[in-house]
Ligand binder design. Structure first.
Ligand SMILES: Cc1cc2nc3c(=O)[nH]c(=O)nc-3n(C[C@H](O)[C@H](O)[C@H](O)COP(=O)(O)OP(=O)(O)OC[C@H]3O[C@@H](n4cnc5c(N)ncnc54)[C@H](O)[C@@H]3O)c2cc1C
Length: 404
């Protein structure tokens, strides 16, 4: 019987262990399984996205083509059926986001842990894998104080985000030692840090705004919700934007915020003109709250070079144009993405050209497999990342079980 080793008991490792066949052992350095799954979806676990696969794929930022085979073989309905067979009912919310009906991420972990146990996989917790070597056809793994010998090895040790969950990038070293290329890990679904003093904006949450960044001759732009944090910006559209721009070396580029994307410059100008007439005896700083959150007004006035004490009736056409321009193009300077340790996902990882997308087997080393976030695959928010980890994990588990 084939001896299969699975490194990592996160989403990908658990799926590999649930679907493999043979004499399998899962080595996990934490004292429990699925530590990261536990914190996903703010503790509710957005486990997948219940959309058709043709709608799923565009949400994979990198590795879309690579993921096609394993996602086709184990798409969102199959994952939901797998959970339902283990007593975990799911519900679908806005944007086709799927959660356990209980709103408890621990239910997802329990479902996988019970499938792993049913499958007869030996789970070794508190087993930190320190080294892996290949001797002939066998993989010799030193984990904890023990030596393990496997015929097949699945590396599912995750990326570099949220290292307190155990994802400390150990698998990259293992892969490099076997000659694999590791695309430099960068934060994805990350906050963006700004050089400007945005302390007065901290906590300001915005809806229906557009955030844009121009890089490499292309404009990356997202519409929706965002918020100002201590020293930067975050929230749904910023996270998405970060995943689109994280492969550029950011050198003080501008982040442009359009506070009124629904209004054309002409419509906005007519609106400003009307407001200035209606409140002709008021100061500008007291008129603009009709249009904008109060905290933003000093930034708009500063960029437009207009004093807040100018009365509505004294605003010149040029000043009005400048204000309108700033409302639709308020510029901040990006310092860079926030540290990878706080990113939701790690972008980068094992070069996909070196891995078979159907089996997840290394093209360089026979019997070696990769699954989950360690691969150079990253997706947007909405349950896509966990689904990718489960699908690639399952593919690796099944393929590693096949006798030659
Ligand atoms: C705060 C947060 C919220 C998220 N929410 C969602 C969400 O709602 N929906 C979604 O789709 N995605 C979400 N994600 C992303 C999702 O959690 C990951 O994509 C997914 O967990 C990756 O699974 P993985 O198994 O590849 O890696 P991991 O979950 O990182 O698992 C890797 C495992 O390997 C173990 N390991 C590492 N090195 C060693 C070693 N040397 N020896 C032994 N064991 C080792 C680690 O301890 C860990 O348990 C979220 C991520 C974060 C950080």
């Amino acid at each position: 019987m084939l001896k299969i080793g699975i490194l990592g008991g996160g989403a990908a490792g658990l799926a590999a262990a649930a679907f493999c066949k043979g004499d399998a052992t899962l080595l996990e350095k934490n004292e429990k399984l699925g530590k990261k799954i536990y914190i996903t979806g703010k503790g509710r676990c957005n486990v997948t996205n219940n959309c058709a696969l043709y709608e799923f794929f565009p949400n994979i930022v990198r590795g879309e083509k690579f993921m096609m085979s394993s996602l086709n073989a184990f798409p969102p309905p199959a994952l939901m059926a797998f959970l339902s067979d283990r007593g975990v009912r799911t519900k679908t919310e806005r944007g086709n986001r799927v959660f356990p009906a209980s709103d408890k991420s621990s239910d997802i972990i329990k479902a996988f842990a019970s499938a792993v146990a049913e499958n007869g996989v030996k789970v070794m917790l508190g087993t930190d894998v320190k080294s892996v070597e290949k001797s002939g056809n066998a993989f010799c793994v030193i984990g904890g104080n023990e030596k393990f010998v496997f015929d097949r090895l699945i590396v599912a040790t995750g990326g570099l985000s949220y290292p307190s969950t155990g994802s400390t990038g150990d698998g990259y070293e293992i892969a490099r030692a076997f000659g694999h290329t590791v695309i430099p890990p960068t934060p994805a679904l990350s906050a963006i840090e700004l050089s400007d003093n945005v302390k007065p904006l901290e906590g300001l949450s915005l809806k229906n705004v557009r955030a844009s960044v121009r890089l490499g001759g292309k404009t990356y732009s997202e519409f929706g919700e965002m918020l100002f944090t201590d020293g930067g910006v975050s929230g749904p559209i910023i996270l998405t934007l970060s995943s689109r721009i994280n492969r550029f070396a950011l050198r003080s580029e501008k982040l442009c915020i359009d506070f009124k994307p629904a209004l054309s410059p002409e419509t906005l100008d007519a609106r400003l003109s009307g407001d200035f007439k209606e409140f002709h005896n008021k100061d500008l700083a007291n008129i603009l709250p009709e249009l904008l959150p109060k905290a933003v007004i000093p930034y708009v006035l500063k960029q437009s070079g207009v004093s807040g004490s100018v009365k509505g009736h004294s605003v010149t056409r040029e000043q009005r144009y400048a204000i309108g321009y700033s409302v639709k193009n308020l510029m901040f300077t990006m310092r860079g993405l926030a540290d990878i340790s706080g990113a939701i996902i790690t972008s980068g990882g094992i070069d996909l050209t070196e891995v078979n997308p159907k089996t997840m087997e290394s093209k360089l080393v026979k019997g070696l497999y990769f699954a989950g976030e360690i691969l150079d695959v990253d997706a947007l928010t909405g349950g896509y990342n966990l689904q990718c980890a489960f699908s690639s994990g399952r593919a690796a588990g099944l393929a590693a079980s096949e006798e030659v």
